[in-house]
Design a protein. Structure first.
Length: 137
């Protein structure tokens, strides 16, 4: 007698810094789309993947937020610690292909890293940058 066991399929998406930051910064506009994806993520229904570069971009954006007086340094540090607790899966990328993609699409190498992951893994790119989402296709 064979047991009929269904595997829980976990959907994956690539996330960029703009997507994460809109949820981290306390003064960002409420975005239902972002909230919905984060809810799925927190319920284990959705897996976020990104290049390791994401950590540096978040840290730099929080630093910039302090300089722009959007938040104080202590809050930025708390937000960074909270971000680092998120179970995001970090993937290695092919730097030769990222550079080629950056030249071809006239985007930064940073942005190309997210697009590269989305394209090679055939995943949706979650970004507030419509141009990147379109390029990732």
């Amino acid at each position: 007698m064979a047991a009929n066991i269904k595997k829980k399929v976990q959907k994956q998406v690539v996330v960029d810094a703009s997507f994460i930051l809109t949820r981290l910064f306390p003064d960002e506009k409420y975005n239902l789309r972002v909230v919905s994806y984060f809810d799925q993520f927190s319920q284990g229904k959705l897996k976020f993947i990104a290049p390791a570069l994401l950590k540096y971009e978040i840290a730099n954006a929080l630093r910039s937020g302090v300089i722009q007086r959007r938040l104080v340094a202590q809050i930025a540090q708390v937000l960074m610690r909270e971000f680092l607790k998120l179970p995001i899966t970090y993937q290695e990328v092919d730097f030769d292909k990222i550079l080629q993609l950056a030249f071809k699409k006239q985007i930064s190498a940073y942005d190309a890293a997210y697009v590269y992951l989305a394209q090679t893994k055939k995943l949706l790119l979650l970004s507030l940058d419509r141009k990147l989402v379109k390029i990732a296709g």
